[in-house]
Design a protein around this ligand. Structure first.
Ligand SMILES: C[S@@+](CC[C@H](N)C(=O)[O-])C[C@H]1O[C@@H](n2cnc3c(N)ncnc32)[C@H](O)[C@@H]1O
Length: 281
């Protein structure tokens, strides 16, 4: 498949949806099987899929996972040289709970970009053990970088079970890469973390749907979970939602499908119902 051709088609469809009457024409096409299938063939991977697996299959032939490319790791380090807009809400809650936190588990933490960034902003992070879980190549690179930067409190893991018993679980920019609902993932842990911070997560307000992010140099399949369902799931397993916010720096559009548009990614902070936020010092 030609990536250039897919990108061109995607921008033509996006352009069409923005001219008066254009989206109505696309909706009319989508309302019948032939129109839907034609649009799907044209958009190849830039379209909605039912499952993450289907979205991943649409990338066959493009080679390799976008997640583990060196450019992607460098981009994250570069983007988080200083805090991004959504980091401020995260930092606010981290500062609040830090007196009760000795261990952090950073799911999808790449090479440790959040750790390096937040260390600049938070007093009291020095004594905290920060474990990043990511894919093997990122873990390898992260360990090398931690050695170079002498970051001895930063450790790496490839096992979700290592999140069991930590004080603070962070899932930043990664829940949309997991098909399984987050609440179900947490239920698999022997000990549920008292505090959970979700940030920069692509979540929909409509039906859950999978698609592909095309960030210019790599492609990644992702799952847009429904925000209210994520919150309801976490409440069901014993969490209280303290707050939620938008990450205005990130959005996602499936060309021709405005019903799935994510205007801004989501952030939220939750605590287990049996714990409270530490009292102010
Ligand atoms: C967009 S980056 C987020 C990096 C960082 N947490 C941030 O918010 O800036 C998503 C990360 O999730 C990781 N990831 C994706 N699928 C994963 C999986 N199955 N297990 C562990 N990490 C995964 C990717 O490798 C990547 O580092």
């Amino acid at each position: 498949m030609s990536v250039g051709r897919v990108r061109l088609t995607a921008s033509l469809v996006r352009g069409m949806s923005r001219v008066p009457g254009g989206q109505s024409l696309l909706d009319a096409a989508k309302s019948n099987a032939i129109g839907r299938s034609t649009l799907s063939k044209l958009l190849v991977y830039r379209r909605p899929f039912r499952t993450l697996g289907e979205a991943e299959s649409s990338l066959a032939g493009l080679g390799g996972s976008g997640h583990e490319s060196k450019e992607y790791a460098n981009l994250h380090l570069q983007l988080n040289e200083s805090a991004r807009p959504s980091d401020y809400a995260a930092l606010y809650y981290m500062e609040k709970v830090l007196p009760a936190v000795r261990s952090v588990f950073d799911l999808g933490g790449n090479v440790g970009n959040l750790f390096y960034c937040y260390s600049k902003y938070l007093k009291g992070l020095e004594g905290v053990t920060w474990t990043v879980m990511d894919l093997p190549e990122n873990v390898r690179r992260g360990r090398e970088l931690a050695k170079e930067r002498d970051a001895s409190q930063l450790t790496f893991s490839e096992s979700w079970q290592d999140a069991s018993g930590v004080d603070l679980l962070i899932a930043c920019g990664c829940l949309h890469y997991f098909e399984k609902p987050f609440a179900q993932m947490i239920l698999e842990l022997k000990q549920k973390p008292p505090y959970v911070l979700i940030n920069r997560t692509a979540m929909s307000d409509g039906e859950p749907v999978a698609t592909v992010q095309d960030n210019g140099f790599s492609h990644t399949a992702c799952m847009l979970h429904n925000r209210e369902q994520v919150i309801a799931g976490l409440k069901e397993i014993g969490y209280v939602l303290e707050d939620q916010w938008r990450a205005p720096e990130l959005s996602l559009e499936i060309p021709g499908y405005p019903e799935h548009r994510v205007w801004s990614y989501a952030g939220m902070f939750l605590r287990r119902a049996d714990v409270s936020l530490p009292a102010r010092a």
